[in-house]
Design a protein around this ligand. Structure first.
Ligand code: NAP
Length: 254
């Protein structure tokens, strides 16, 4: 019996993950390393040690790069720096921010910050890393969407707009690049206990209301996203393209 589990193996692959310092990005980076990938950890602060240590403990290999995704004008150059020394097979566009403020007083600055980090930079990263993938006719791009790629959310208009755009961009790129062996998919996490949702969990009323709608009966953990990420990064998903995969404990089914 062949026990190599080649469908989901990422041995020999290099995966770049943005926002790999914390939360979902850290869990996905460690999960892809566990599946055999070399991981390229991208963050905007020089403090990736926790993730680096977790990868090291698995016997995995990594490189770390600094890139501030809120500075869209710097993104192309930073990607070129990475591509000068590395061939990237898998890109996980995970980094994101959320600004909570009612729509009527939501500042243009907050709107712009969410758009720059959550969608404008993602477009530039997809463009930059897809070029060599198109030449090789193979590659995987995974964008981290949200339930707010489908719903409006509460007091987060910039975030909701940026995450709806992630779903649209994912499908647009899947259409253009599918015939060239590149799959572009997205993962829409449900309510996951990370820094991003700390304010919600600290609000007793919102916390109870959110929990009451999750069929799984609990908040998600960053590790809950790893299976979907490994699947979409591996050969097992070669005929899956333009899909937004909800990993939400059943939230959208309710
Ligand atoms: P998180 O722990 O706050 O992770 C966000 C990551 O993005 C952090 O590592 C952060 O780095 C990085 N980041 C922020 N601004 C950046 C910038 N300008 N340049 C580079 N990196 C930047 O929260 P998370 O929940 O894991 O979020 C990860 C993704 O999942 C986000 O796209 C988020 O929208 C999405 N998501 C989360 C949930 C949820 O329930 N948690 C649900 C749906 C979607 P620093 O910490 O160093 O600033």
């Amino acid at each position: 019996m062949d026990t190599s589990n080649k469908w989901f193996s990422l041995h020999g692959k290099t995966a770049l993950i943005t926002g790999a310092r914390t939360g979902i990005g850290q869990a996905i980076a460690v999960g892809l390393a566990k599946a055999g990938a070399k991981v390229v950890l991208v963050g905007h602060r020089d403090n990736m040690q926790d993730t680096e240590l977790k990868v090291e403990q698995l016997g995995g290999s990594y490189e770390t790069f600094l890139m501030d995704l809120s500075k869209v004008e710097e993104v192309k150059g930073k990607c070129e720096e990475i591509l000068a020394s590395l061939s990237i097979d898998i890109v996980v566009n995970n980094a994101g921010i959320i600004r909570r403020e009612p729509a009527v007083s939501h500042s243009l600055e907050d709107w712009q910050a969410a758009m720059d980090t959550n969608i404008n930079s993602v477009f530039l990263l997809c463009q930059a890393f897809a070029k060599p993938m198109l030449e090789r006719e193979k590659g995987k791009i995974i964008n981290i969407a949200s339930l707010l790629s489908f719903q409006g959310g509460i007091t987060v208009p910039g975030y909701a707009a940026s995450k709806h755009a992630i779903a649209g961009l994912t499908k647009a790129l899947a259409n253009e690049w599918g015939a060239s062996g590149i799959q572009v998919n997205a993962i829409a996490p449900g309510y996951i206990a990370t820094n991003n949702t700390e304010a919600l969990r600290n609000n007793e009323e919102r916390n109870a209301s959110i929990l009451s709608r999750i069929p799984a009966g609990r908040w998600g953990k960053p590790d809950d996203l790893v299976g979907a990420a490994v699947f979409l990064a591996s050969d097992a998903s070669d005929y899956v393209n333009g899909h937004v995969l909800m990993v939400d404990g059943g939230w959208m089914a309710r």
